[in-house]
Ligand binder design. Structure first.
Ligand SMILES: NC(=O)c1ccc[n+]([C@@H]2O[C@H](COP(=O)([O-])OP(=O)(O)OC[C@H]3O[C@@H](n4cnc5c(N)ncnc54)[C@H](O)[C@@H]3O)[C@@H](O)[C@H]2O)c1
Length: 490
């Protein structure tokens, strides 16, 4: 069991204190102001890179927010060995009823429920039988809920993005360092099968020295505009009227940052951002809603496609795109390249110049087969030639066979059955619970969440200033230089 809980009295006294601070939380989306990206922290504390929390027998969870996303977390945690759900909080009756139904289906003991007002979650945080809190609420709540959770001596596992302003990110960094509690942004895409396989391939040096990556969140979500009274679109739509850059950068960027050892030997240095015209949402609104409808009164200013370019301290480049408005297929790009070749996603494909053993023999055998077929067919057309990096290898089975991450090798079926974006959500929770029970650092720390999310305000700042170059803060305050590369292993 956790040995990191202090007495209930201390916690209650403390919570009274934070009530005053949180009372000032802004209602609408915050917008970056010039200069805030350079804000320095008031004090340096011990780094949270590779921080190991005291081991837990089982991880006792509280969940705040059980809407579209939180319900997936709840279902997965209910099914996971070594995890217990002690309490659930949501202010919405339907979300809470959905949570109760999921618990009833699991047949497990009923958790306690908290609801009734916006700060009911603080009653959940007063409990001393919770080790970690999963926060799946609208973005403006991420910072106050995470800070309150850490100050109540709970690990904060918070949805993407970590926060929406650089000030809030610094605050989360400082509170995580001071309280020695994890503040992990739940970037589930880092646990996808392809992403973990590529991580493995990068670590084995297959791509040579990394030079460039591309990530994206391209996902037509215009239909969310029809969620008016509740649901994701009831709050996310307004960010398209307030921000002009990338408001959801981390799904595409997180895996690339892990491949490149960002905050662990390299770091994001500066970025520049550019947006297309904002046309799709107003066009959709005029087609799908009556003229007098509120959705037709809003002014959508966020360009349909945003493209941001990041330069790292080691000189690497990263493209990050965001488009949830255009009628086009889903993509996260997921491209990484180095001096020996590249992997690309959507669809998955590989091209390498120097081939590793196994793959080279595979290609030779493939050539023999195709030449034999060509001969049997009367040598019609051009003689098949050896596969090279000039064309993509789209047959992923040979790559999975050799380079699947050990977690996926051993748990692919369980992960797919448990579900959650093809199993990546299960893998993430399984991994977090494993780390917290076994004294292993979480794979993503507060600096990672902050650096990846910093594009939210900074891309806006660049777009409104004719794509000017904007510095990305070093949230690690220099610790990235000494940090060892990330390992995702038992
Ligand atoms: N990682 C992913 O794949 C993924 C996917 C979808 C959403 N998300 C993230 O999950 C978060 C939630 O998004 P969603 O789509 O579930 O939104 P949602 O609107 O469906 O759910 C949010 C829930 O939070 C509740 N809530 C709001 N204020 C609250 C408060 N003060 N106290 C308690 N509960 C409160 C709402 O009632 C609602 O049930 C967002 O940060 C979003 O970016 C991540």
């Amino acid at each position: 069991m956790s040995d990191n809980n202090s007495s209930g009295n201390n916690r209650r006294d403390f919570l009274k204190g934070v009530a005053k601070i949180a009372a000032g939380v802004a209602i609408g989306p915050s917008i970056a102001t010039a200069g805030q990206s350079q804000r320095a922290p008031s004090s340096a504390a011990d780094t949270m890179i590779d921080f190991v929390a005291p081991k837990l027998d089982s991880v006792r969870f509280g969940l705040i927010g059980t809407g579209a996303r939180g319900l997936t977390h709840l279902r997965l945690l209910l099914s996971l060995q070594g995890a217990e759900v002690k309490a659930v909080c949501d202010t919405d009756d339907i979300s809470l009823a959905n949570a109760k139904e999921a618990v009833a289906k699991s047949g497990l003991q009923e958790p306690d429920y908290y609801t009734g007002h916006d700060y009911a979650y603080r009653e959940l945080l007063e409990r001393d039988d919770i080790d970690a809190v999963v926060i799946s609420t609208p973005w403006r709540w991420h910072e106050p809920m995470s800070v309150d959770a850490m100050q109540a001596e709970k690990h904060a596992l918070v949805e993407v993005p970590l926060a929406t302003t650089i000030d809030d990110m610094w605050k989360m960094v400082e509170v995580s360092e001071k309280t020695r509690m994890n503040c992990m942004m739940l970037e589930n895409v880092c646990y996808g099968r392809d992403e973990m396989m590529v991580f493995n391939m990068v670590r084995q040096g297959l791509f040579g020295d990394l030079t460039h990556g591309e990530g994206a969140y391209i996902h037509d979500l215009r239909m969310q505009m029809k969620q008016i009274a509740r649901g994701t679109g009831s709050w996310r739509t307004y960010y398209h009227t307030k921000m002009r850059g990338n408001i959801y950068p981390t799904h595409g960027l997180g895996p690339i940052a892990q491949f490149m050892d960002i905050n662990r030997g390299d770091r994001f240095d500066y970025m520049t951002s550019l947006s297309s015209p904002a046309l799709g949402r107003s066009e959709y609104a005029s087609r799908e809603f009556p003229a007098e409808h509120e959705r037709n009164q809003l002014k959508y200013i966020k360009g349909d496609m945003n493209s941001t370019l990041i330069k790292t301290a080691k000189g690497r480049s990263i493209l990050v795109q965001y488009d949830t408005t255009t009628a086009r297929p889903y993509s996260r790009l997921n491209l990484i390249q180095g001096t020996n070749g590249a992997f690309g996603g959507f669809p998955s494909r590989v091209a390498l110049e120097m081939l590793p053993d196994g793959i080279r023999q595979d290609y030779e055998a493939e050539l023999e087969r195709t030449v034999a077929d060509w001969e049997a067919a009367g040598r019609e057309g051009k003689k098949p030639s050896a596969r090279t990096y000039h064309s993509w290898d789209r047959d992923m089975s040979r790559w999975y066979k050799r380079y699947d991450h050990p977690f996926w090798k051993n748990m692919a079926e369980i992960a797919k059955q448990a579900g959650g974006h093809g199993g990546m959500d299960f893998m993430m929770h399984w991994r977090n619970v494993h780390c917290l029970r076994n004294g292993v650092p979480l794979d993503q720390n507060v600096y990672d969440g902050a650096a990846w999310s910093s594009l939210f305000p900074l891309s806006h700042e660049s777009v409104v200033n004719r794509s000017k170059s904007v510095d990305i803060p070093d949230f690690t305050r220099g610790a990235w230089k000494q940090a060892r590369p990330l390992e995702i292993s038992l």
